[in-house]
Design a protein around this ligand. Structure first.
Ligand code: KIV
Length: 311
């Protein structure tokens, strides 16, 4: 074990810092109230302890461990490769950070498509093994049965319609959905089916503003938009998009609130320069022997290796 892991001066200092007491815990019921009152619902993705903690302390309603982590954390080309075990691992870190927000976890591709039993069993794993408070899964009417059974198992389910990244190959790319009247009608039917199946909320991704607005007006449960315009009951973004940590041009619907790439790049480059120039660490940044140990050491009259080498 290193000094850093043992010492309160190391990375664990953050974990032992003052925690903001959660004032009001988000629940599926408080989200319905927000919709009823017309109060916007806030959601961001998070995949690690530090980011999740900052998001929770900033007072967002929902933290989503999205399967987008396959792309932004693992560097995959799509969300398809991420596994149940990987989602569980990331969720456990986020769980330790989130106290106030409702913690929702994405069911990864292949964890609910085979059978209803498979979906229920995997949703239970997220609650039991990682502390999830709700799960999210993609798809419309064809998912109604698995959603009903997961809700029967006492696990709140968030739906996800429109541009559903797990359907990448069927959709033929990441394309805005619901642009024709028949497509709009199908989306509306799907949204109503998900509400009937027991979803507490639905993510609407990559749909025209008008479509999101109509679905939002029709549903009793809140809609959370991403690339779906401002009329949804809430908004979600992938936190890496918001912070400029994606290494690609942002989609039209992304607003960049900070430039973490520049911040991190500059800090890391400065660190490299300081180490190479021997200006880091300084005397002030070094630990020293206690006076008695120093005196005892000097009393041993050990040859001063470095001095003799230099002389
Ligand atoms: O995986 C994810 O991050 C998501 C959001 C984009 C809603 O599903």
């Amino acid at each position: 074990m290193s000094l850093t892991t043992l010492s309160p001066l190391g990375g664990h200092a953050a974990a032992s810092g003052t925690k903001q007491t959660p004032s009001t815990k988000t629940t599926v019921l408080s989200l319905q109230e927000k919709k009823a009152q017309g109060t916007p619902i806030t959601c961001l993705t998070a995949y690690d302890y530090a980011t999740a903690r900052l998001i929770d302390e900033a007072g967002l309603d929902l933290v989503l461990v999205g399967d987008s982590l396959a792309m932004v954390m693992q560097g995959h080309e799509s969300t398809l490769p991420v596994t149940m075990d990987e989602m569980l691992l990331y969720t456990r870190g986020v769980r330790r950070a989130v106290h106030r927000a409702l913690l929702v976890v994405d069911m990864p591709f292949g964890s609910y498509q085979e059978s209803t039993q498979q979906g229920v069993a995997n949703a239970i794993r997220f609650v039991k093994e990682a502390g999830a408070e709700a799960v999210k899964l993609e798809g419309g009417r064809s998912r109604a049965e698995v959603i009903e059974r997961i809700v029967d198992a006492e696990i709140p389910v968030m739906g996800h319609l429109g541009l559903t990244p797990q359907s990448l190959h069927r959709m033929g790319g990441y394309k805005v959905q619901g642009k024709t009247l028949p497509a709009l009608e199908q989306l509306m039917k799907d949204a109503l089916a998900l509400e009937r199946a027991g979803c507490f909320s639905i993510v609407l991704e990559g749909v025209p503003r008008e479509v999101a607005q109509m679905i939002t007006a029709e549903l009793r449960i809140p809609t959370i938009g991403i690339g779906a315009g401002p009329d949804c009951d809430g908004q979600v973004l992938v936190v890496h998009d918001l912070l400029n940590l994606t290494f690609s041009a942002p989609a039209k619907f992304v607003r960049r609130y900070a430039d973490a790439a520049t911040l991190i790049r500059d800090a890391v480059t400065e660190y490299r320069h300081d180490v190479e120039a021997r200006t880091f660490p300084t005397e002030e940044e070094s630990y020293h022997l206690p006076r008695e140990t120093q005196a005892a050491l000097e009393a041993l009259h050990l040859p001063q290796r470095h001095k003799s080498l230099n002389s």
